[in-house]
Design a protein around this ligand. Structure first.
Ligand code: NAP
Length: 549
């Protein structure tokens, strides 16, 4: 990496591009590939010292994807998907980061990426019809198109806790983990948070630390991963059928080839239901929530699937009080992101691991020697925040992003995000969001959702080139209709009843809206295709100002 790429002390840059891309994770890299194919100049601006986005930052012990390796990868290049060898059923963070670095090299993308630099502001200039982008290095870029690849889970959230600044030991957030190994040997470690990150991290840290105290506010449902090395034959089979498998996956609701049942819960007898839950539990992973087709929409059906998991927890955790605390009763299974684990519940049988119920004894403050609840003080050498993200909108909220008339995106979204297709925003011309709010995004194999979005954007730009158009902006009426549709579909599910980050419920003051579109990736893609077939219906394409700055 050159000094300039590192961004440490470099002089500010001033340049014009056809497109500026915010972020160089999976979305940003694929956007560069497609923009280059269109002959457009582009620059991706990336905060990390390397590419990879969420997989660059999430280096916490145990970090692993809960979508299987053979599916959690790009499908745009047949050569790439044939040549890359995955080693395990679920890929480790290091392996995914190696993969994405391979992609950056293989497609020669690094020359279009500025690393270690954050987009501070982006303002649409109506006079020149260009976006003016400023970075935290004082760079000023102009571009006709602004493409957000900033990610849905990239704005890490450390809760405001009194006393944290005075804590004597080191503290970490899972989404901003140090690059060097953190040595927990001989340490008393406090972990706050029991979502997907905490559930992966806790058993891993417990193998090393002297003592682990888990501070739990809300328990989550978790299904075993049964992770294992990927057999050569299994990999060969996948590769032989990749084209067909990917096409099928794109048509599913989550972009993942799960075994989606067509049967309703109460069409099966009680023994049949138990047998099916058990079969899915033994297979492992989020496939469990598709055991019947009404788990997300029928409360009684959901209760059945949830009770099976609660029984598994009771059967695993030896102390009945701890088991009761770990068994979720406050939300329907799957309406908060289902977790996938290795040995999570069994970890609480270890004598050096304990669980503190923050509902009964809330955190009062962090103190220099540890953490104080309403009940007692826990002496800790280090503290881990597995407290999640300002999801889906957080990364864009942190940029001063202004459209027509200087209106900020933050102000426009004050009552909840408003987009057309989760892709574009009225009054923000030529601004595209990859996996934006109101698209399937976080409810899918996000790489599938990214590819679908980037391909759609690239086709839109190609169409504009062919038609001599320079501006694309959704109509306010189309945006209103889309927001209504997103909310209407959400209201038919159990998702809206949960206090999840999907609903913005983890961030104080965030509007309560189901952030992703829950209609499914397959249906959503068909809607996007119809918009194209109808000549980009709902979008004003015009030939406006064409000069460059
Ligand atoms: P998360 O699901 O939002 O979980 C955050 C945890 O921190 C929750 O248990 C939350 O409790 C707790 N928490 C937050 N603020 C707190 C406070 N002030 N005091 C006490 N507890 C607090 O975050 P995450 O685990 O990082 O996961 C986020 C998402 O990233 C996942 O849902 C998933 O989509 C993705 N992810 C995926 C993988 C994977 O592929 N395996 C791994 C990690 C993350 P409450 O529930 O009470 O708010």
């Amino acid at each position: 990496m050159t000094e300039i790429e590192k961004g440490a002390t470099r002089a500010p840059l001033a340049q014009n591009f056809d497109a500026v891309v915010i972020g160089a994770g999976f979305a940003g890299l694929y956007a560069l590939v497609r923009l280059r194919q269109l002959g457009l100049s582009a620059r991706a601006i990336e905060a990390g010292e390397g590419v990879g986005g969420t997989w660059y930052w999430n280096r916490y012990p145990g970090a692993r994807c809960d979508v299987e390796s053979m599916q959690y990868s790009y499908s745009f290049s047949e050569e790439l998907q044939q040549e890359w060898q995955w080693s395990e059923r679920y890929p480790r963070q290091e392996e995914i980061l190696r993969y994405i670095n391979h992609v950056a090299d293989r497609f020669d993308l690094r020359r279009d990426i500025t690393l270690q630099t954050r987009v501070a502001s982006a303002t649409y200039d109506e006079g020149s019809a260009l976006w003016h982008v400023q970075t935290d290095h004082g760079d000023t870029f102009t571009a006709r198109f602004l493409i957000s690849a900033a990610g849905c889970l990239s704005a890490a959230k450390v809760p405001d806790m009194t006393g944290l600044a005075d804590f004597q030991g080191p503290w970490y957030h899972t989404g901003n983990w140090p690059h060097e190994k953190v040595d927990f040997r001989g340490q008393r470690v406090g972990v706050i948070g029991t979502g997907s990150s905490g559930i992966q991290l806790i058993p891993t840290i417990a193998r090393e630390a002297k003592e682990v105290v888990v501070f739990q506010r809300t328990p989550n449902f978790s299904i075993p991963a049964w992770n294992r090395p990927l057999a050569d034959e299994e990999q060969r089979q996948w590769k032989a059928n990749y084209a067909e498998n990917r096409a099928k996956a794109r048509n599913t609701r989550s972009g993942i080839l799960y075994d989606y049942s067509q049967r309703a819960t109460f069409d099966a007898s009680e023994p049949e239901r138990q047998q099916e839950y058990e079969r899915r539990w033994q297979k492992g992973g989020a496939n469990y929530t598709h055991a019947f087709n009404d788990i997300f929409s029928n409360q009684l059906a959901n209760d059945q699937a949830a009770e099976f998991v609660r029984n598994k927890i009771r059967g695993t955790v030896k102390d009945p009080h701890t088991a009761a605390l770990l068994a979720p009763t406050d939300h329907s299974i799957g309406t908060k992101r289902i977790c996938v684990d290795t040995d999570y519940y069994a970890t609480f049988n270890l004598s050096h691991v304990s669980l503190v119920d923050l509902r009964a004894t809330p955190i009062s403050s962090i103190v220099p020697s540890g953490l104080q609840t309403s009940d007692q003080t826990y002496a800790l050498d280090s503290l881990v925040f597995a407290t999640g993200y300002d999801a889906v909108t957080g990364a864009l909220d942190r940029i001063d992003l202004r459209g027509r008339g200087g209106q900020t995106l933050k102000a426009k979204w004050a009552q909840g995000p408003r987009t057309y297709l989760g892709l574009m925003v009225a009054d923000f011309p030529n601004f595209f969001i990859i996996t934006g709010p109101g698209s399937p995004s976080v409810l899918t194999n996000v790489i599938m959702a990214i590819e679908q979005h980037v391909d759609w954007i690239a086709r839109c730009l190609e169409h504009m080139q062919a038609q001599g158009k320079t501006s694309a902006e959704p109509l306010a009426s189309a945006e209103n209709d889309w927001v209504d549709h997103v909310n209407q579909v959400a209201s038919t599910t159990l998702f809206t009843k949960s206090n999840s980050w999907y609903m913005g419920a983890n961030i104080p003051g965030k509007p309560r809206v189901l952030l992703p579109y829950v209609g499914g990736l397959g249906n959503y893609t068909a809607i996007c295709e119809k918009v194209v077939a109808d000549g980009y219906s709902g979008i004003a394409l015009s030939a406006g100002v064409t000069q460059t700055a």
